[in-house]
Design a protein around this ligand. Structure first.
Ligand SMILES: [Zn+2]
Length: 284
């Protein structure tokens, strides 16, 4: 039910107080509270978070979803959630509610996590406080601002004729293959990060780097920036120890792939669509 609602991000509640119920994104450690209704799974929509019966440790305003206020709160351990509610991992939220709710849940979790891991100034060690107008924590002693952490990472699908380059990461729990990815370094453009990561992880040089799309990836605070690229030169070599295997695959001989929710899978699916319907020049 939350899927088709429009979300407006706000740091400070508007002066006009909304009197209806609000959406509460309640985080306990690294899990989020969901509500099971006869009509489906949703987040709790409540007038007062006290209805949850859980101690509220910190609270942040997120914005408005279809005209209702949204809050992220960290809750402590109490007697347990109300009867029709339970805590779930973020990945499960996607399966139960879809991309819109997953994005908001990820936003709530990251803001709560940033707040609880930036209690003290990284420069002078003083206790920080919430900035009044910005999504920031400021140091009252030295003035340093601490913003929510966001780590940009590139992810790239590399094609060579009818083949795609996929890698099996050392840290993957299942025998799955995915597109190459890595964090952007300070001072680097996204395109330079693509070239460097691909070279490091596969030994291959790429060309025709094109933007594909992006996806917030709150595990714990990445922003995945997707690209497609074509093979230019080189042979596969496993240099940096991040992967146990890197290989070319054709559409009819694919290994186990990442979950549908990931941009990696969306990149691979776009390759498969191109393979299924090769472009025909007009008039042919
Ligand atoms: Zn300071």
């Amino acid at each position: 039910m939350m899927e088709n609602m429009e979300f407006v991000s706000l740091t400070v509640p508007p002066t006009e107080i909304l009197t209806g119920s609000s959406w509460w994104f309640a985080i306990q450690e690294d899990r989020i509270l969901i509500q099971q209704d006869p009509g489906g799974t949703t987040m709790p929509l409540l007038k007062d978070p006290a209805e949850l019966g859980l101690p509220i440790l910190r609270q942040h305003y997120l914005g408005q979803l279809a005209g209702s206020d949204c809050f992220a709160v960290e809750v402590g351990k109490g007697a347990g959630p109300p009867a029709n509610m339970r805590f779930e991992g973020l990945r499960q939220v996607y399966g139960l509610m879809g991309e819109g709710a997953f994005a908001l849940a990820g936003r709530a979790l990251q803001i709560v996590d940033w707040d609880r891991t930036h209690k003290f100034c990284g420069r002078c060690g003083s206790k920080t406080r919430i900035h009044l107008t910005e999504r920031a924590k400021e140091c009252p002693q030295c003035g340093l601002l601490h913003f929510p952490r966001l780590a940009p990472a590139i992810i790239v699908l590399i094609q060579r004729d009818r083949e795609v380059l996929l890698a099996r990461g050392r840290r993957f729990e299942s025998p799955m293959y995915s597109t190459l990815a890595g964090f952007v370094e300070p001072g680097e453009t996204l395109e330079q990060a693509v070239v460097r990561e691909v070279k490091e992880e596969s030994g291959i040089t790429v060309k025709d780097i094109r933007y594909f799309g992006s996806q917030p990836w709150p595990f714990p605070h990445s922003l995945m920036i997707g690209f497609t690229a074509n093979y230019a030169s080189g042979e596969i070599t496993l240099n940096d120890g991040e992967n146990v295997d890197v290989r070319w695959f054709t559409a009819d001989n694919l290994p186990q792939l990442p979950d549908k929710m990931s941009i990696a899978r969306k990149l691979i699916d776009s390759f498969l669509e191109r393979q299924a319907s090769p472009p025909h020049p007009r008039g042919e």
